[in-house]
Ligand binder design. Sequence first.
Ligand SMILES: Nc1ncnc2c1ncn2[C@@H]1O[C@H](COP(=O)(O)OP(=O)(O)OP(=O)(O)O)[C@@H](O)[C@H]1O
Ligand SMILES: [Mg+2]
Length: 151
Amino acid sequence: MVTRSEEETVRLGRLIASHLPPGSFLLLSGELGCGKTVLVRGVAEALGIPPDEISSPSFNIVHEYDNLVHVDLYRLEALEQLEDLGFEDFLTDERIKVVEWGKPLKEIVENFVEVECRDRGGEREFTICDPKGKICRLLKTEFGGTDVENS
Ligand SMILES: Nc1ncnc2c1ncn2[C@@H]1O[C@H](COP(=O)(O)OP(=O)(O)OP(=O)(O)O)[C@@H](O)[C@H]1O
Ligand SMILES: [Mg+2]
């Protein structure tokens, strides 16, 4: 799915969030500056959180809201550190957990949707992988793209 502006990426984030079951992990990957945090703004908006409250965590790895947990694992050195972040609690938490640099969590959590972002020079390409398949189909219709990958 291709977005041509920040606004389109925010809209995609909103749409993705609207289909996430409670407690889901949204695992974001992709190079620095590809648009992960912009996508999180859309997720926040869908959950009623003002999008300008979302920032790239610089010191804190975890930002918690009433119904959202925003995690950025860029600075995580080893998975063992997750314990210090209170990660165990997130596993049973009903809030949506959106995790930048979240790929390593694929081995740990079950209820996840994966989003990979690529910088195509101005445009950004988002590949959504939803193991249960439903979100990809729904987004294909709602977002209007034709290049959704489902694996
Ligand atoms: N289509 C687009 N969607 C999202 N952001 C875009 C788009 N086109 C250009 N941009 C720009 O790309 C940047 C994306 O920044 P963002 O902080 O979201 O990246 P990130 O993936 O979270 O990076 P990091 O890994 O450092 O956390 C912003 O400066 C934004 O204006
Ligand atoms: Mg970011």
